[in-house]
Design a protein. Structure first.
Length: 290
């Protein structure tokens, strides 16, 4: 029974890691919005000087771009599990162009986010919600998203591949939902009609003061693979979570903030200046592959 309790704890975590807004439907493209939102306390900070990696040697800074996407809240349904997100997830992407007319290719992608504690831990998973026991050894369960190597950005869709690390005293350090070889492959639909500008930024110095946009994103087509590296607990986790879970049984909806800027301001020819000052159009024109 003790082993079962420890193993069962790992099933709940998977839903926490990705998250955003519950029971999503696939987003459909619409005409871009032009509204500007008033900055709110929940808007994340963007420090490109700190968070964006240096460009590879020999790259024209005007052809190098840094973009950050921060999922600030919501929920996911993975198989038979649903959970609200409690910690933001930040994706930082560096991309470069061969020339001004070429699409971008990413040179660096990182995904960071603090581990998220599953309320109630093992006991909560079993329906025994006892306050104050979330941090009890072997009862505590956390999850953490990890990037596995696949990314694309071509609105109205953005692709991201990840696994979900499961943190529990009983399962060891290598346990996760999915793996580098068999990741969760999200293909997030962005509703272009709901993109809004939170901060227009400074076109003269966008890297220090990038434009910030706010948009929902959703996917209800991805599949969820089974666990990897969980040893004897793997079958129990898979059983409890209903894994693997085929496309159509899972859903994700994300409340997302985006910021993007070249490493150096674009030339100030009138057409380029106008494009640089329109963050939504800039985002629509961005195409990143790997």
């Amino acid at each position: 029974m003790k082993s079962f309790l420890r193993a069962a704890a790992v099933a709940a975590p998977l839903t926490l890691a990705l998250g955003a807004v519950a029971a999503p439907a696939q987003a459909s493209p619409q005409a871009p919005a032009t509204a500007t939102e008033a900055p709110a306390p929940g808007v994340p900070t963007f420090d490109f000087a700190k968070d964006c990696p240096p460009l590879p040697a020999g790259i024209d800074p005007t052809l190098g771009l840094c973009m950050q996407m921060v999922v600030t809240g919501g929920s996911m349904k993975l198989g038979g599990l649903s959970q609200t997100i409690t910690q933001p997830m930040r994706i930082t992407v560096q991309s470069v162009q061969a020339d001004s007319s070429s699409n971008s290719e990413f040179t660096s992608v990182t995904l960071t986010g603090k581990p998220m504690t599953v309320p109630g831990g093992v006991l909560g998973l079993l329906g025994l919600n006892v306050p104050g026991l979330d941090d009890l050894p072997f009862n505590k369960v956390q999850v953490q998203p990890k990037y596995t190597g696949g990314f694309s950005f071509n609105l109205p869709n953005a692709g991201l591949e990840m696994k979900i690390k499961i943190i529990n005293d009983a399962v060891g350090k290598g346990c996760s939902i999915g793996s580098r070889k068999d990741p969760l492959k999200l293909n997030l639909g962005v509703d272009l009609g709901q993109i809004s500008v939170v901060d227009e930024g400074d076109p003269a110095d966008p890297f220090s003061h990038p434009p910030i946009l706010h948009t929902p994103a959703a996917d209800n087509t991805f599949a969820v693979p089974k666990t990897d590296g969980c040893g004897l607990f793997g079958p129990v986790i898979d059983w409890k979570a209903g894994l693997p879970s085929a496309s159509g049984n899972n859903a994700a909806s994300f409340d997302t903030y985006l910021a993007l800027a070249p490493y150096a301001p674009w030339p100030t020819a009138s057409v380029q200046r106008k494009a640089a000052q329109d963050p939504i159009q800039q985002l629509r024109n961005l195409h990143i592959s790997g």
